[in-house]
Design a binder for this molecule. Structure first.
Ligand code: SF4
Length: 250
């Protein structure tokens, strides 16, 4: 429900919502769905509804209780901009992120159209990093929606990469994470697709994070690209972030 994360590019997860519905090809082997079904079978309180979209009001203030500053992935088990999540609830999540200014929050969505639609009424404090998933060329339009938001840090989660991303435009984008699909039904990722994205990152001077090759045995496949690990992340002006947080917390 909430706690330490195994995801390479974050530290903790916070799930004020669980459950979701599939929206594009990247959802085919949804990890959250598999896990939710497992957690339901184990009798976990927050997964009584399995993968059905469920709001958990009592989880809203969880980040405020975490006193150590950390990177928190918001809704790893759902999509914050899902059409069934009321606007008022999304505003509450943003309010907590503002109040918990000592953390950095990473929000990731595939509902980029709703994200850009709601962006003007959201409070984009500097500790919120906003990302969209771009798994293939069919959904590259999400990048434009992300660009239209007022988020201070904008990133792409190119995972699972299941096709090439031709003519990738990274203007206004601060970070790119790439990864292949893992698990028994993993779809293949070609090295050329990854290399092309890495080259565009170098051209635009955008930090590039290569998470994994994926596949059936993701540990064995590892995460080396061209003989090295790519762990780049945007440089954050923590002072600015803290100052902004303090002002906003008044
Ligand atoms: S949007 Fe994310 S959480 Fe929702 S079904 Fe797709 S992969 Fe799963």
């Amino acid at each position: 429900m909430a706690g330490k994360s195994k995801i390479e590019w974050t530290e903790s997860t916070w799930n004020p919502v669980t459950g979701c519905t599939k929206i594009s090809a990247g959802c085919l082997n949804c990890y959250a769905e598999r896990l939710a079904i497992r957690l339901k079978a184990m009798g976990q309180r927050n997964y009584q509804n399995g993968f059905e979209l469920t709001l958990h009001e009592r989880m809203l203030d969880y980040p405020l209780k975490l006193k150590t500053p950390q990177i928190i992935f918001v809704n790893s088990m759902s999509d914050l901009f899902h059409e069934k999540i009321p606007i008022e609830y999304i505003l509450k999540v943003f309010d907590v992120m503002k109040r918990a200014h000592w953390h950095r929050f990473q929000v990731l969505t595939k509902r980029a159209d709703r994200l850009s639609e709601l962006s003007p009424i959201l409070n984009w404090t500097s500790n919120i990093w906003m990302g969209v998933t771009v798994e293939n060329a069919d959904v590259m339009y999400r990048i434009n929606h992300l660009r239209q938001t007022n988020a201070n840090v904008k990133f792409l989660s190119v995972e699972p990469l299941i096709g090439p991303l031709p003519d990738l435009d990274l203007s206004g984008i601060d970070w790119v994470i790439v990864g292949g699909e893992s698990g028994p039904s993993a779809r293949p990722m070609e090295k050329q697709w990854v290399t092309d994205i890495k080259d565009v990152c170098l051209e635009y001077n955008v930090p590039f994070f290569f998470k994994q090759w994926g596949g059936i045995n993701k540990k064995k496949a590892g995460r080396l690209l061209d003989g090295r690990i790519w762990d780049e992340v945007p440089i954050i002006d923590t002072k600015k972030q803290e100052t902004a947080g303090n002002i906003l917390a008044l």
